[in-house]
Ligand binder design. Structure first.
Ligand code: G
Ligand code: G
Ligand code: MN
Ligand code: NA
Length: 253
């Protein structure tokens, strides 16, 4: 496939970008975090879906190179946030099961945290699927990161396989409620019950809860009433380039 053939050059030329989407603290509306999302606009085929980029990298043996690339962008953004007094804004990056088992990703992450002088709790790992977390090697690697202080989040929570015992075993700090349960929340009674249950679960287990897929003000108001601590979605900010996010949330003074 073209994506595979053109990936090395796209990495070398910096054509691949890392964009960021804001995560807001619901009670105050303040910026609490950013989710890093890889973006590649191929000159002929247009936007390449992120999972295809990750899969292409694995096929041609560039998984580690892509991970390093994303980490460099994430850590550079952390430094920019620090310059603007936003040290407490945590950056989350997505990690899929294959990355967990096939690359020495915990070493890479910790090495680079050190090199950039960034505290481990400034970074979060979003586990995009939990299927491979059965593997001992994946949980051991996550445990290494967790012990170092890196935050662990379960993505797409509520539609996957994550059990409560798994959450404890993996030392999860945060759950992100899947957007299919959140979008249109105000008009659907059943969704509201599920979302409220996760919010309450978070309080009971000291887990941070993020509602994803907040697309309207009415959904945001409903979440605020329900006591949801964090939210993310197009209504609060779309994924954009680093400079755009900084202009919106951390303007120079
Ligand atoms: O950003 P977008 O909506 O196109 O993302 C589609 C999917 O790709 C999401 O599930 C997201 O978690 C995943 N994704 C985005 N960026 C990355 C990345 O850098 N690494 C991994 N493993 N997945 C990513
Ligand atoms: O699977 P994951 O949650 O990592 O997917 C993240 C992707 O979801 C982001 O890259 C973004 O493109 C998409 N996304 C973020 N907010 C919204 C939203 O409010 N609505 C929709 N439809 N997609 C969103
Ligand atoms: Mn995610
Ligand atoms: Na998600």
């Amino acid at each position: 496939r073209d994506a595979e053939r053109d990936l090395p050059e796209a990495l070398a030329d910096g054509v691949i970008e890392v964009w960021f989407q804001p995560i807001l603290h619901v009670p105050t509306g303040r910026l609490a975090g950013l989710e890093a999302l890889i973006r590649w606009k191929h000159p002929r085929h247009g936007w390449v879906p992120p999972p295809d980029i990750i899969a292409a990298a694995a096929v041609i043996g560039l998984s580690e190179a892509v991970l390093r690339y994303i980490l460099d962008h994430v850590y550079r953004m952390k430094l920019l946030l620090r310059e603007r007094g936003l040290d407490e804004v945590r950056i989350a990056m997505n990690v899929c099961p294959r990355e967990l088992t096939q690359t020495a990703f915990e070493k890479l992450i910790l090495e680079k945290l050190d090199a950039f002088g960034i505290p481990a709790d400034g970074l979060e790992i979003e586990l995009t699927e939990d299927t491979a977390l059965d593997s001992a090697i994946a949980s051991e690697r996550l445990a290494v990161l967790s012990r170092a202080g890196v935050s662990i989040a379960i993505d797409d929570f509520g539609v996957g396989y994550s059990s409560l015992s798994r959450i404890r075993q993996l030392r999860v700090n945060r759950v992100k409620i899947d957007r299919s349960l959140v979008t249109g929340l105000h008009e659907a009674g059943d969704k509201r019950g599920l979302v409220q249950a996760v919010i309450d679960l978070g309080k009971a287990l000291s887990l941070e809860v993020v509602a994803e897929g907040v697309e309207t003000e009415t959904d945001l108001i409903a979440l605020r009433e329900m006591g949801c601590p964090f939210a993310q979605g197009y209504h609060l900010g779309r994924p954009t380039q680093a400079a755009t996010v900084l202009d919106a949330f951390a303007p120079p003074f």
